[in-house]
Design a protein around this ligand. Structure first.
Ligand code: FAD
Length: 373
């Protein structure tokens, strides 16, 4: 069977890309080895941290801001189409300085605030909070932190619910999903992609192939060696329960972060481990995540335990996403979204649809070229 497009990988990037393409009228097949969202996407906290994550102005930082702006319409469309209300809230993020020395904390916060002029110039809210302002806003930080920078427009979604809604949308849009099959090879002829071969030997022919295989992208046979390598970076996570949540904002600091959900679940993250394809939790990793979160928000010592898990973030050498054409005609890559793939998936999907359809991408993509800038 021939499709216009085969998408490899059913994470959020692959699913939203498949949906975006199907909405343009393309016939799309999506191949997912394990289950929709089984990779990094369902391991994510769901922070839409377009402002808290980037430390400097860059194309990737601007990509994040543009993608965050797409979320309200995405969630509305999914709700109308599937009936599933995907959580999307705007609790804001905050980078807090957890130190006893108020002078050092204030100096560091001020320095960071000054380096964020590019966000303020672009019209995004950034607030410098001294200890008094911080403790008024987040009393649970009164004994641990001395200063903070707040980003009131950063958001939060629940990736598991989001993926469930997108999976329904794929069915409604007529995308053929092949779950439980791995792509072993991208097939090409005379320098042009022709389709893929699956692990049971089946060949699927297609006019275009898009690799959205996350941390596993570079393992796919047929991806040219000149395409930037993607490697896995493990992140271990903990979920607790405490109602009411100790903070309103998502708080970053002391080497970790604390994400309060409206239903009393609190997500604690995360490790950053460059150790290959090992996706299990470890005693040391979870101990680190828990102790950093308790140092940041001491009230969490009263919370009850729910669960822990780990996921593999897809990372390029410089942690910049890889989105665009490869030296093989009609073979495209959308991967390497590292810590921001939930945030970046909507704009990446729009870019993939534009690339494949030959229309103008929603964003300049030169900085994300699979073969380097
Ligand atoms: C612990 C943790 C916390 C995170 N928190 C956040 C956050 O708060 N906010 C945020 O924006 N980002 C966050 N991220 C990052 C985000 O999860 C990733 O950047 C994003 O999910 C990547 O999506 P993806 O679709 O590219 O990859 P994945 O979700 O990994 O999907 C790739 C899919 O491809 C499939 N696959 C691989 N090889 C093949 C093959 N040969 N054939 C068929 N299928 C194949 C895999 O099974 C997998 O399902 C977090 C990541 C982790 C690990």
């Amino acid at each position: 069977m021939t499709h216009d497009v085969v998408i490899v990988g059913g994470g959020l990037v692959g699913c939203l890309s498949a949906w975006a393409l199907a909405k343009t009228g393309a016939s799309v097949a999506l191949i997912e080895r394990t289950a929709i969202g089984a990779g990094a996407s369902s391991a994510a906290a769901g922070i839409l941290g377009a402002q808290v994550e980037p430390h400097a102005d860059s194309p990737a930082a601007r990509l994040g801001l543009a993608s965050r702006a797409l979320y309200p319409a995405l969630v509305d469309e999914l709700r109308e189409l599937t009936g599933l209300p995907v959580p999307l809230t705007w609790p804001g993020t905050m980078r807090a300085w957890a130190t006893d020395d108020e002078q050092t904390a204030s100096t560091e916060a001020l320095r960071a605030y000054e380096s964020l002029a590019w966000q303020r110039d672009a019209g995004h809210r950034v607030e410098l909070l001294d200890w008094r302002a911080l403790t008024e806003r987040e009393p649970a930080l009164r004994h641990s932190c001395r200063a903070a920078i707040a980003f009131p427009d950063d958001g939060l979604t629940d990736p598991v619910v989001l993926l469930a809604a997108v999976e329904r949308a794929l069915v409604a849009a007529g995308v053929r999903t092949h779950v439980g099959h791995a792509v072993v090879r991208v097939d090409a002829e005379a320098g042009r992609a022709r389709g893929v071969t699956l692990d049971d030997g089946t060949s699927l022919s297609a006019d275009h192939v898009v690799s959205c295989a996350g941390a596993w992208t570079s393992l796919l046979e047929g991806i040219p060696e000149t395409v930037r390598r993607i490697r896995p970076i493990r992140g271990q996570m903990i979920e607790l329960e405490l109602s009411p949540p100790p903070t309103r904002s998502i708080v970053f600091g002391a080497g970790g972060y604390v994400v309060p959900r409206d239903d009393g679940r609190i997500v604690l993250g995360s490790t950053l481990e460059d150790i290959g394809f090992h996706d299990r939790t470890t005693a040391e990793g979870l101990h680190g995540v828990l102790s950093r979160a308790l140092a940041l928000v001491p009230e969490l010592k009263l919370a009850s335990w729910r669960r822990a898990w780990a996921g593999l973030r897809p990372a390029s050498a410089d942690y910049v996403p890889v989105i665009g054409p490869t030296p093989i005609e009609r073979l495209w890559v959308a991967s390497g979204h590292f810590r921001g793939g939930i945030l970046l998936a909507p704009i990446t999907a729009a870019a993939v649809a534009a690339l494949v359809r030959g229309t103008d991408p929603p964003f300049p993509l030169a900085a994300f070229s699979p073969c380097g800038p």
